[in-house]
Design a binder for this molecule. Structure first.
Ligand code: DGL
Length: 276
C-alpha cells in the first residue's frame, strides 16, 4: 500500500528502523520523541540476535534482508539503528530510499563534544573489530586519541531488563575500570543496547564524562534533513507505531512498551514476520 500523498511537501509513509533486538528501541524512542507526527515501523531481528558476535558477512547478509523487508513495507527512509549492522551497510540509499546509519552521526557528535580529544568507544566485538568509529572520528579529528572497549555482556543485561542493577554496575566496572584512568572526556555508546544501562556506565566514569547516544545523534541528522526538505514530513494527524519481530517475544513487547510509554501514547501494533 503506497500512502504517499500527492503533495510534493508531505510524505505519509513510515520511517523504518531496524536492530537485532531491544537496543534499537532506544533509537526509536529518540525518533518518536523528536518526530511525534511521523509513522514508524521497527524491525527487531530477535530470531537472529546477537549480531555483535557474528561475522561481517553474516551481519551484512542479515542487514540487507532487513532492509528488503522494510522496503516491502514502503518506508520513506531507513535507519540502521544497530551499530554492528551500521559497520556493514555502506549504502546511503537502498532501492532509491535514504539509509541512515548510527555511526556517522555518533562519530560527528563525539568529535564536536570532546574538549581534550580523548574519546572512548564502547561497542560489540564486531563493531570494535570493524574499526568504523575510530576511522570516522579520525577523519574529523585526526589527532584525537580514540580508545575502544568491547563490552559483550552489556547486550544480554539490557535484553534482560537489568538496567539499574548491582550486577550490571559490577560488570560495567570490570569492563571500564582501565578506561577510567585514561583522562577520557567523551564516551560513545557504540551499541544501541548501551543507553539502556547508561546509569551503570555513567557511575563508573563519573558525571564529568559525557556519554554520546547514537539515537540522539541520528535524530539530529534527520531533523536537519526534514528542515532542508531532503525528507518530507507526514501531514496526517493519526500516526502508527508498528513493531515487527522475527521471533515473537512477550518479554520484548512488555519492555518496548515500557520504554516507549514516556514518549508516545500511540498504541503499538506488534507483529511476527519473516525477512528471509
Ligand atoms: N544493537 C546492536 C548494536 O548496536 C548490538 C546487539 C547485538 O549484538 O545484536 O551493535
Amino acid at each position: 500500500m503506497n500512502l504517499k500523498t500527492d503533495s510534493l511537501e508531505f510524505d505519509a509513509r513510515p520511517i523504518g528502523v531496524f536492530d537485532s533486538g531491544i537496543g534499537g528501541i532506544t533509537v526509536l524512542r529518540e525518533l518518536v520523541k523528536a518526530f511525534p507526527e511521523e509513522n514508524f515501523i521497527y524491525l527487531g531481528d530477535t530470531a537472529r540476535l546477537p549480531y555483535g558476535s557474528k561475522s561481517a558477512e553474516t551481519v551484512r547478509k542479515y542487514s540487507l534482508q532487513n532492509m528488503k523487508f522494510l522496503m516491502s513495507r514502503d518506508v520513506k527512509a531507513m535507519i540502521v539503528a544497530c551499530n554492528t549492522a551500521s559497520t556493514q551497510v555502506f549504502e546511503d540509499h537502498f532501492e532509491n530510499t535514504p539509509v541512515y546509519n548510527v555511526i556517522d552521526p555518533g562519530s560527528a557528535l563525539a568529535a564536536a563534544k570532546t574538549l581534550n580529544k580523548k574519546i572512548a568507544v564502547l561497542a560489540t566485538r564486531a563493531t570494535i573489530k570493524a574499526g568504523s568509529y575510530v576511522k570516522k572520528i579520525h577523519a574529523i579529528l585526526p589527532d584525537a586519541e580514540v580508545l575502544s572497549q568491547a563490552c559483550p555482556l552489556f547486550v544480554p543485561l539490557a535484553e534482560e531488563g537489568w538496567h539499574d542493577d548491582p550486577i550490571t554496575n559490577l560488570i560495567a566496572f570490570r569492563y571500564l575500570q582501565n578506561l577510567k584512568t585514561s583522562d577520557i572526556d567523551t564516551v560513545v555508546l557504540g551499541c544501541t543496547h548501551y543507553p539502556l544501562i547508561k546509569s551503570a556506565i555513567q557511575k563508573v566514569f563519573g558525571n564529568h564524562v559525557q556519554l554520546i547516544d547514537s539515537g540522539e545523534a541520528v535524530a539530529l541528522q534527520i531533523k536537519s534533513d526534514f528542515l532542508s526538505q531532503k525528507l518530507k514530513r507526514n501531514s496526517n494527524r493519526d500516526v502508527s507505531l508498528m513493531i515487527a519481530l522475527t521471533d515473537s517475544s512477550e518479554h520484548f513487547e512488555n519492555l518496548s512498551s515500557q520504554l516507549l510509554a514516556p514518549v508516545s501514547d500511540t498504541k503499538i501494533c506488534f507483529e511476527t514476520v519473516s525477512v528471509i
